[in-house]
Structures are given as structure tokens and as C-alpha cells.
Design a protein. Structure first.
Length: 163
């Protein structure tokens, strides 16, 4: 409710439409057989986070598009990997964390390391996996998405008005 439409539209463009367009361009230029596509979705597309309606919707849409692309492109030997990270240390993660009030639960949430995520993406590509959730503890939330959704909705703090 606090995100104006213009910003919401930009978020949808960056987080959903741009990856879909890039995937479309990549597929049309890939060899007749083989290749890989990696789409970075987010656990925010699996469980509701206050203040993230456009981002969460975009990432949920990207995850579904990746699943469908994986089914459609398999016959061509094209592997589609969808990565669903939870928090991973970065400037973006630090800014997002700074925008929510400090809570004991928030302080305890596992945060991944970018180098480890890169290693896991490479491993998932070699293993031809369809999905990767990182940090691993968030795989539990992914499996129990209904319970996780209720819990996250109940405990996620309201975002501040600060940018």
C-alpha cells in the first residue's frame, strides 16, 4: 500500500519482465540442443513479506515461468535452474534489513554468503537440478510454504517509510 504505482511498475519490469525477455532472447539464440538458463527468483516469491508485494509477485511469476520453461525446453536439452535465495549478504540486503525494526527473530534469520551461493549454483547446474534454495534452512520454508506463509505474515515487521 505504501509503494506508488510508478515504482511498483518499475519493480515488475526489472524483476519479472526483464528476466523473461532475457530468457526469450537466450533461448532463440541457443544451439539446437543444449545449454542452461539460470533465473534468480527469491524466497520472497514463496512466502509473503510485508512491503514486498510487487517484488514478491514478480519473483513468484519468474519462478512459475522458469518451471514452465524447464518443461518446454527439456526436449531441446536446455536446462532451466531457478534459484530461490533467502537473505544473502550484500549492500541490497543490508539496506533492506535496515528498513525494518530490529526484532529477535529478525536478528536470528540465517543470511547466506554470495560466494557460497555461487558455488551452489554451479553445483546445481552440473547436477541439472531444477531448483536451488539457499541458505539451506529456507528449504524447510519452501516445503512448508503454507505454514511458512502464515508464520511470516504474523511476525514480519511493518516496513518504515524511509527509502
Amino acid at each position: 500500500a505504501k509503494t506508488d504505482w510508478e515504482l511498483g511498475e518499475r519493480l515488475l519490469h526489472v524483476d519479472l519482465l526483464t528476466p523473461l525477455r532475457l530468457m526469450n532472447l537466450a533461448v532463440t539464440r541457443m544451439p539446437e540442443r543444449g545449454g542452461s538458463i539460470v533465473n534468480i527468483s527469491s524466497m520472497a516469491g514463496r512466502v509473503p513479506l510485508r512491503g514486498c508485494s510487487y517484488y514478491g509477485a514478480a519473483k513468484a511469476g519468474l519462478e512459475m515461468a522458469s518451471k514452465i520453461a524447464g518443461l518446454e525446453l527439456k526436449a531441446r536439452g536446455i536446462h532451466v535452474l531457478t534459484v530461490l535465495p533467502g537473505p544473502v549478504r550484500s549492500a541490497l540486503e543490508a539496506r533492506a534489513r535496515a528498513q525494518v525494526p530490529k526484532t529477535q527473530i529478525g536478528e536470528q534469520l540465517p543470511t547466506g554468503e554470495p560466494e557460497e551461493l555461487a558455488i551452489r549454483i554451479e553445483r546445481a547446474l552440473v547436477q541439472k537440478r531444477a531448483r536451488l534454495v539457499y541458505p539451506r534452512i529456507y528449504a524447510l520454508a519452501d516445503c512448508l510454504v503454507s505454514i511458512s506463509s502464515c508464520f511470516t505474515a504474523a511476525v514480519s515487521p511493518e516496513p518504515t517509510d524511509e527509502p
